[in-house]
Design a protein around this ligand. Structure first.
Ligand code: ADP
Ligand code: MG
Length: 691
């Protein structure tokens, strides 16, 4: 059967089920075959009830002694089973009358679930179960049981059944192997069909541990192919963008010199190198696609401004997009400070500005009177028209989703031209991951901080020592420095963070009567936020209490003390970003991480990483080890989190070969690229017209 046929050709799949399956991305037979198990359960062994332990997930079997509906706080059905070696209670909070009859005394059932201690001995809540013939001996499951990604209204049993049907009804010739023979031979991995059969139905003698850890050759084969498809999708995207011309921007001149001359410092070597790479890209008629990666505080903003001069001097426009309003404001201020003396106007466009300010900004951008537009993602909404956009700069791209990054490319295109793109990120990720996540981008690395910075000293303290912390703030501020206090993250509630910040600010104002204390949080009006930030920048406020809105980009070099409450709740990347708000000037800075006991072992390790290193790459490497790449990168960052079998950390050793294979396919087997991408990356139009 052809793999492109809809799932509805399978017996028992009607419209309702088809709709539910679509939620899993499953529309065709091929989608079903590539719906891969997330994990396996070992039900090949039936555990005697007498051996069952609390916490164990196991298959058990027994005869029903009694099934009754009782009311203990809420209505529930209890079913007691025995197998001669022991007893077990099954507890159901949701059940039908039919289920109750099915579990009548004497019925023999096989069930699976996690045993836990209950009021009447061991129990399993809502086990998976089925009745078996009480007389015939029943073989246990032959295969490990695959567990598929779930969706509402489709049980695991149903999914297993459907995948089984799809496997049975597809012949060897139906499953096309898009990997060319040379790549297959190099990878020494099984054929696609063998791999699929194996992962859906591991044989009874399968090496369980290997399979459970995802390192079986069949799984590696699929992971290889998935990584390859992702890599290819990004390369296709790059090809597609670069198939349109960009605006060749003449090499840099007077405007750049003017800006440099006004700076009180010289560029670092890293900044100069990145700028050279950017400048040479911008001269080309091919649109630039470049990522500048550099740790917090290395001076990426200035590199962006210098890149902008090259577009502006040619009479074209630049858009600079920041992830938060706070950061957009700050960039607008910096850019105005740099550019207005040179006679270049800078427009600011955010989502929440007043109607009047907004229409003035829109008009300036449309008529080309504003060569530079700074803003949040509001810059790329429908009604924003540029007169001659030639360069798009995205700051702190990890805060934007991959989708935003891609839609911006669409937006920027006009008159058959693509704007050049400069992406800046402070989230350093290990090399192998960067190769994968940014396969569509060239990368420049700024690997040094401006001279004269002293590394931030990080101290981990229990919250009980709050008084000492307040004392340190007093001392720092008396010496003329400034401090941040970042308030705890409280649960998921949206209201809470700013309430906590308000309370903390009030309490600190009382504890520090001689200091002026400001407050910023996400719920304030842009104007109020901006006002507070400006006063903090000007040194009129000494202590700034904030929610994590100040996480990215904020730059106040005189601030030397960063206090982070409930640091145990935050991830490493966020902590590193927050810490990056200090240590930006001449004065020695500290970061105080306050935690509330008890600390989980993971939290303890994270705080230790922060204490032990200031190096963003090292933080990222440890983050990856502690959390795994899915969380590190997140869908929000790269779209890579939705990998079905591949795990960037576990399968990192495949990446170099994946890269080579990607090049081979693009060069020698171009017709295999699109089907491979659509098989794995799905129906993602944003990756380009791949079909
Ligand atoms: P980030 O890379 O985190 O975005 P910023 O662009 O905010 O860093 O720069 C951090 C601080 O360093 C700013 O105050 C900026 O003015 C300053 N800075 C940038 N380049 C240099 C340099 N070459 N020498 C000294 N200070 C610099
Ligand atoms: Mg920045």
């Amino acid at each position: 059967m052809s793999l492109s046929r809809p799932v509805t050709v399978l017996r028992g799949v009607g419209d309702t089920l088809a709709v539910r399956l679509r939620a899993l991305g499953v529309e065709t037979i091929q989608d079903l075959l590539f719906l891969l198990p997330l994990r396996y359960e070992d039900r090949t062994r039936v555990v005697p009830l007498g051996e069952l332990r609390a916490g164990q997930r196991a298959a058990v079997e027994g005869k029903v002694l009694l099934t009754e509906v009782v009311f203990r706080g809420r209505r529930q059905m209890l079913c007691k089973i025995a197998d001669g070696s022991g007893f077990l209670t099954l507890r159901f909070f949701y059940f039908t009358a039919q289920q109750q009859t099915g579990l009548a005394r004497g019925a023999r059932i096989r069930c699976f679930g996690e045993a836990r201690r209950g009021p009447m001995g061991l129990e399993i809540v809502h086990p998976e179960y089925r009745r078996i013939d009480p007389n015939a001996a029943q073989a246990p499951e032959e295969h490990l049981t695959p567990i598929y990604p779930g969706t509402e209204g489709v049980t695991q049993g149903r999914l297993r059944l459907l995948v089984g049907l799809a496997l049975d009804q597809t012949g060897a010739g139906d499953i096309k192997d898009w990997l060319p023979p040379s790549v297959l031979a190099d990878s020494r991995l099984p054929s696609l069909r063998d791999a699929l059969l194996y992962v859906h139905r591991p044989p009874a003698d399968a090496p369980v541990d290997l399979l459970l850890s995802g390192r079986h050759p069949a799984q590696r084969r699929l992971a290889f192919e998935e990584l390859l498809a992702h890599q290819l999708s990004l390369k296709l995207l790059r090809q597609r963008i670069q198939s349109d011309p960009g605006w060749p921007l003449a090499s840099n001149g007077a405007l750049k010199q003017g800006l440099l001359a006004a700076l009180p410092f010289r560029l670092t070597k890293g900044q100069r190198r990145a700028l050279l790479e950017i400048e040479s890209d911008l001269k080309e008629s091919k649109p630039m696609l470049r990522l500048v990666q550099g740790d917090v505080g290395c001076g990426k903003t200035l590199v962006a401004a210098l890149a902008a001069t090259q577009a502006v001097q040619t009479g074209r426009q630049v858009a600079l997009m920041a992830p938060t309003e706070l950061l957009a404001d700050q960039h607008a201020q910096n850019f105005r400070h740099w550019f207005e003396p040179l006679g270049v106007a800078v427009a600011l466009l955010t989502g929440r500005q007043s109607g009047k300010a907004r229409s003035a900004a829109l008009q300036g951008i449309r008529e080309g009177r504003a060569p530079i537009a700074v803003g949040t993602h509001a810059l790329f909404q429908e009604n924003v028209e540029f007169s001659a956009l030639a360069l798009v700069i995205v700051d702190e791209q990890h805060r934007f989703g991959v989708h935003q990054r891609l839609s911006l490319r669409e937006k920027g295109a006009s008159g058959g031209h693509q704007p050049h793109q400069l992406i800046m990120t402070a989230t350093p990720i290990p090399r192998t991951l960067a190769m994968t996540a940014y396969a569509d981008l060239d990368v420049s690395v700024i690997d040094e901080l401006p001279p004269g910075r002293t590394p931030v000293k990080t101290v981990v303290l229990t919250e009980a020592r709050r008084d000492e912390v307040v004392q340190r703030i007093r001392t720092a501020c008396l010496e003329g420095r400034q401090a941040y206090w970042v308030c705890p993250l409280i649960d998921e509630s949206e209201e809470m963070p700013f309430q906590a910040a308000e309370e903390t600010a009030a309490a600190l104002s009382v504890a520090l009567p001689n200091l002026s204390v400001g407050l910023v949080h996400g719920r304030m009006t842009p104007k109020a936020k901006e006002g507070t930030m400006r006063r903090f920048k000007e040194g009129k406020l000494q202590l700034l209490v904030a929610t994590t809105v100040i996480e990215v980009g904020v730059d106040v070099p005189n601030a030397t003390l960063m206090v982070i409450e409930n640091a145990e709740r935050m991830g490493l990347a966020q902590l590193h970003q927050l810490r990056g708000r200090v240590g930006r000037g001449q004065h020695a800075s500290s970061c105080l991480l306050l935690y509330r006991s008890p600390l989980s072992s993971l939290a303890r390790q994270r705080l230790a990483v922060m204490r032990d290193t200031n190096d963003g790459f090292e933080v990222a490497r440890r983050d990856l080890e502690l959390r795994g790449p899915g969380e590190l990168l997140g869908t929000r960052q790269t779209g890579l989190a939705q990998m079905r079998v591949a795990d960037l950390l576990r399968d990192a050793d495949l990446l170099p070969r994946v890269q080579i294979a990607a090049e081979t396919l693009l060069r020698d087997w171009p017709l295999h690229v699109a089907p491979l991408v659509s098989r794995w990356v799905g129906h993602a139009e944003q990756y380009g017209r791949v079909g």
